[in-house]
Design a protein around this ligand. Structure first.
Ligand code: GTR
Length: 429
């Protein structure tokens, strides 16, 4: 084990040393996104079952004890940064409960989660809908919202998430109640017998380049400001960590079935959901909706959004080491199929939208496909085909995939597929 750790560390150090002498592309001109399939470069994906030392994985035990930890280490050191292990003090306060929400379909709870550490604190606000028609404990969908808990339903009693509460202009359109309802079909979710737990993603890390000192990262005793270490965790890492903290709360609720937890994220939150699921095996189903670059899409295809584009536009999402691969995707020693493979043998679902070329739909599909060998090691079926299905033809094995009509968004169609996939997953154990 020590030997393996040394190899992994040496690799990471070698990559970092290599890139120390390479100027960041941020100062250079960033090529625009390519949307021409014929211009996708020839690329070779790292084999998910071949260890860094060349050993070929043939057993579950080799996967779990050797290859899986080394892939995880690669993502810690080169893409999302290192999640600290320290436990942060948390206090839960029920702010409001309405047993008759959504016309009687659900019980609604608003709960403050206050995190303290390193002489600071942050307050986050969670919103839960629990189906009233339940018999016993229910499965739970956990997912961040982008625009505040007030945005997912017009209910006047819902508070503004902390990030938005400070806005003084009450006429700001972002404060309009229910401005994201189309992405959160609460009635459907309740009628299917699932609880929904959501929080605004800004609560854990305000999504801007100056957000880090205000984020949960600053609560840890080893918090470091600039210059950031190459493997410093940033927003995606903190959002993933935050999902696990939401799961901690969910697990304690008398109505929640902790063996049936699913996480769903859209776009940048699809990236964070995959990263959360890779690290926290309590998420039995992991769902990535239109997550694109740095999420489900293969970086080496250099189609749509690229490493250069994303790390330039969002310098606060990934660890600094990732930006060293800008315009050098061919030298990435990993790719996103390996992230998806980390869910095995649990269930993972990737979804694309027909008009969402920015997220590289084919790259999302192929990453899900190339994760397959790890599921097969468990005697389970991955996607089972390298032929991309037509729109609205979902594939639902241990790995699921669909592409739907329309643009970058979350729709009722997506939710219906996710709930079907979860229903199927709980039966499979
Ligand atoms: C875009 C970004 C994508 C995706 C998206 C979103 O601007 O380039 O990677 O994350 O935002 O989160 O909506």
């Amino acid at each position: 084990m020590t030997h393996i750790t040394t190899i992994i560390k040496n690799r990471a150090i070698a990559y970092m040393a290599l890139f120390c002498f390479v100027p960041s592309t941020h100062a250079q001109k960033i090529p625009p996104a390519n949307y021409d399939e014929s211009k996708v470069p020839h690329y070779v994906l790292p084999d998910v079952l071949t260890c860094n030392d060349g050993q070929r994985v043939t057993t579950k035990s080799e996967w779990e004890h050797k290859r899986r930890p080394e892939i995880l280490e690669t993502f810690y050191s080169l893409e999302y940064g290192r999640t600290p292990k320290e436990k942060i003090k948390v206090t839960y306060t029920l702010i409001e409960e309405n047993p008759n929400a959504l016309g009687g379909l659900a019980t609604m709870q608003q709960v403050r989660l206050r995190f303290e550490g390193n002489g600071r604190h942050i307050n986050t606000l969670l919103l839960a809908f629990i189906p009233n028609a339940r018999k016993g404990r229910v499965p739970v969908m956990i997912g961040y919202n982008f625009k505040g808990i007030h945005s997912i339903t017009p209910d006047e009693s819902i508070l503004y998430s902390p990030y938005f509460a400070s806005l003084t202009n009450r006429a700001d359109p972002v404060l309009e109640r229910g401005n994201q309802t189309s992405r959160w079909p609460l009635e459907m979710i309740m009628q299917r017998g699932y609880a929904l737990v959501t929080m605004c993603y800004h609560d854990f890390f305000p999504d801007n380049a100056k957000g880090r000192p205000e984020s949960a990262a600053a609560l840890f005793s080893d918090y470091q400001g600039n210059p950031l270490p190459e493997d410093a965790w940033q927003a995606l890492g903190v959002w993933a960590w935050g999902s696990s903290r939401i799961a901690d709360w969910v697990e304690q609720q008398p109505w929640a079935d902790k063996d049936r937890l699913a996480i769903m994220g859209h776009s940048r939150q699809g990236k964070a959901a995959l990263w959360a699921g890779a690290q926290d095996t309590r998420f039995r189903v992991v769902i990535s909706n239109d997550s694109g670059c740095g999420g489900a899409a293969l970086s080496k295809r250099v189609y749509g959004e690229t490493v250069a584009i994303i790390t330039n536009a969002f310098p606060h999402w990934f660890c600094p080491a990732f930006s060293r691969f800008a315009q050098k995707e061919e030298s990435l020693p990993f790719d996103q199929h390996e992230l998806i493979a980390l869910m095995a043998p649990r269930h993972v679902y990737v979804a694309s939208a027909k008009e969402d070329n920015w997220a590289d739909q084919r790259g999302e599909f192929l990453a899900a496909y190339h994760a397959g060998p790890v599921f097969e090691l468990y005697g389970l079926q991955g996607l089972g085909t390298d032929k991309m299905p037509d729109i609205h033809q979902p594939i639902m094995h241990r790995v699921g995939y669909h592409i739907r009509a329309g643009k970058h968004d979350v729709t009722d169609y997506d939710w219906k597929c996710y709930l079907d996939f979860c229903d199927k997953a709980w039966k499979e154990k």
